[in-house]
Design a protein around this ligand. Structure first.
Ligand code: NI
Ligand code: MN
Length: 224
């Protein structure tokens, strides 16, 4: 599986023949180098929760590329109005897709969708596990540390994409606990340095987790 970091919680994945975006927050993302307009050929977009830094450019990319958008029922019913192909998911088991299988898993976070000056209910925040023939990749979404993570140990995760910026999500101080609970082979930090409030000394983190961490620069990719 190809995992390309676009900044914040935004990842481009190539799984088998499929092109996938997770939480495509691109044009308003201060650290992104790509443009939403670059993504004309996407098969699936996965959304972890309703916040603007996660729904991001979903609508424009989905309309142009005809990607299927996967999210919880509340986010899907919001998106349905925009003439977008949706796949509603819930916490449960793996579902089959063109690229392999995917499972929605809990995250400890809120979820709402900003519409004008109001916030509408965005269902429950989640993460996803993507599985192809060779590997399992877990995108945690926005989450604090939660005992739910201990259920992921049995999944034998190869690569965990973990938020490390703190304030809104788990931070650097919670990484040890997350690794203990999830026990992934490797992790890729995300959701940091987008704004000052989630600033992290990434070199320090790299030194501390030398054998366990893959720090991707914006636009850099890792192949499982
Ligand atoms: Ni959030
Ligand atoms: Mn966020």
């Amino acid at each position: 599986m190809k995992i390309k970091f676009l900044g914040h919680a935004t990842f481009y994945l190539e799984i088998g023949d499929c092109k996938v975006l997770v939480d495509p927050f691109i044009d308003e993302n201060p650290i992104a180098e790509a443009k939403a307009g670059d993504f004309n050929d996407i098969d699936y977009i996965f959304i972890t929760h309703g916040h603007g830094d996660h729904i991001g450019d979903t609508i424009s990319i989905a309309r142009k590329s005809k990607a299927k958008v996967v999210a919880n029922p509340e986010i899907c019913s919001y998106l349905r109005k925009f003439d977008i192909d949706i796949i509603t998911m819930q916490f449960g088991s793996y579902i089959k897709t063109k690229f392999g299988e995917v499972k929605m898993v809990p995250a400890t976070h809120s979820s709402s969708i900003k519409v004008g000056d109001d916030n509408i209910y965005g269902g429950l925040a989640c993460g996803y596990i993507f599985k192809d023939r060779e590997s399992k990749v877990y995108h945690a979404g926005d989450t604090g540390i939660t005992m739910e993570m201990s259920l992921l140990k049995d999944e034998k995760i190869d690569v965990a994409l973990l938020p490390v910026g703190g304030h809104y999500t788990m931070g650097v101080q919670e990484i040890d606990k997350a690794l203990e609970l999830i026990d992934p082979k490797l992790f890729i930090p995300m959701h940091y340095n987008t704004w000052d409030i989630i600033k992290v000394d990434i070199d320090e983190l790299k030194d501390k987790y030398r054998d366990k961490v893959i720090v991707l620069d914006i636009g850099q990719e890792y192949n499982t």
